[in-house]
Design a protein around this ligand. Structure first.
Ligand code: NAP
Length: 353
């Protein structure tokens, strides 16, 4: 892995795209070589477009000097990270896969497509095998990461699913503002307030975990069978999605056994030494005031999911609080980790031009 490979980033000026560019700065395997955005931004240098958004000291002069392209222009990099809005992704990711690119996408457009892997490497890296099914549809490939809240929820559920089986899950989310992308809700709407509806979010929470925790055999994924009831809220927190989770397990289980299952959770990619994989994918806290977004979202450089307040549930079996950094583990870091997995699993040689 001595030579860095050139990668492109589409949706580079968005909330997730900028964070991905920052994570790619100094990445040992990938070098950001091309950036793209809407026609409103195309033609500007990346630095000029970002100057409207703030200061990004980690981005070097080469990156800031890149010219933003449209998606119709030719792209040279075999690997393209996508941080496009769903509607745009639906129309263009397939076309870019037809042009031979490997798309590593944050968008929800293809997550539930039966030929497209929906990956959290530590949990279901084996689902990457779905990519071979795509060869009949296009010469490239699409690999997706889950919705930002789903990443945190599913990482917290995975040890319980493995050890005891899941029957039913209830989750109430308190989601940070950066999860809404730009421009996000108006300040007057969120200050001193909580918004009890996020379009499309509850549907994703209710369906993506089963695909991720499903079984990959004979070239396809059979979704896990538990039900998720989700209630999503937007709260005036900058970054971080906090979740109150209650779970009914498939077998009688003591809280202390659940704690052991959390502590013993083994990442499926522990031996792959992926550069963006955190030392601890799950951190379990026994301080009843934690996790909190401001205090805990940056654990593991934003890649660790924090679980706390584990206790018996009066209605189901057990309940706890989980926290995920929506922009890192829930989006940019998730995509980067997926790309690293693609590389070590040899999927970069199979697609691309
Ligand atoms: P965002 O802040 O709204 O950024 C959207 C990006 O897409 C911008 O770079 C924008 O370019 C570009 N774009 C818009 N229309 C385009 C078009 N027609 N052609 C080319 N580029 C276009 O959104 P975001 O929050 O970063 O989210 C990006 C994706 O990641 C979404 O699918 C979202 O659901 C998903 N996601 C977001 C989060 C999160 O926490 N925010 C977490 C997980 C997944 P301009 O600047 O030129 O408009």
């Amino acid at each position: 892995m001595a030579e860095r490979i050139d990668v492109g980033l589409i949706g580079a000026t968005g909330t997730v795209g900028v964070r991905l560019a920052e994570l790619l700065a100094g990445h040992p395997w990938f070098r950001l070589a091309e950036v793209g955005a809407s026609t409103a931004s195309a033609g500007r240098t990346y630095g000029a477009a970002l100057s409207d958004l703030g200061d990004f000291p980690s981005l070097d002069d080469h990156t800031l000097g890149l010219t933003l392209k449209t998606l119709d222009e030719p792209w040279d990099s075999p690997l393209l990270f996508s941080a496009l809005p769903r509607g745009v992704a639906l129309a263009t990711e397939e076309e870019l896969a037809e042009r031979g690119h490997l798309l590593v996408s944050n968008a929800s457009a293809y997550r539930m497509d039966r030929d497209v892997p929906l990956i959290i490497p530590e949990v279901n890296g084996d689902h990457l095998g779905l990519v071979t099914r795509q060869s009949e549809r296009w010469p490239g490939a699409i690999v997706t990461n889950p919705n930002c809240a789903v990443v945190g929820l599913t990482l917290a559920l995975a040890p319980l699913h493995r050890a005891f089986g899941l029957d039913r899950v209830s989750v109430v989310t308190l989601q940070g503002l950066s999860g809404a992308g730009r421009p996000g809700p108006a300040a007057a709407e969120v200050l001193d307030n909580v918004l009890p509806f996020i379009a499309g979010e509850e549907e994703k929470l209710a369906s993506e975990p089963q695909k991720i925790l499903g079984e990959f055999a004979f070239g396809e994924v059979t979704p896990a069978e538990f039900k998720v009831s989700a209630q999503a809220h937007r709260v005036p927190v900058a970054h971080g999605h906090l979740m109150a989770v209650s779970v009914k397990l498939s077998q009688p289980t003591e809280v202390k056994d659940i704690e052991v299952a959390f502590q013993n959770f083994m990442s499926e990619v522990a031996d792959d030494h992926l550069p963006s994989a955190p030392e601890r994918v799950l951190e379990i806290l026994d301080d009843e005031r934690r996790p909190q977004p401001r205090l805990d979202r940056d654990r593991g450089y934003g890649m660790t999911v924090t679980v706390g307040r584990l206790r018996k549930c009066e209605a189901l079996d057990v309940k706890f609080t989980a926290l995920v950094h929506n922009l890192v583990r829930g989006a940019a870091g998730a995509a980067l980790l997926n790309a690293e997995l693609c590389r070590v699993r040899g999927f970069m040689g199979e697609v691309g031009r």
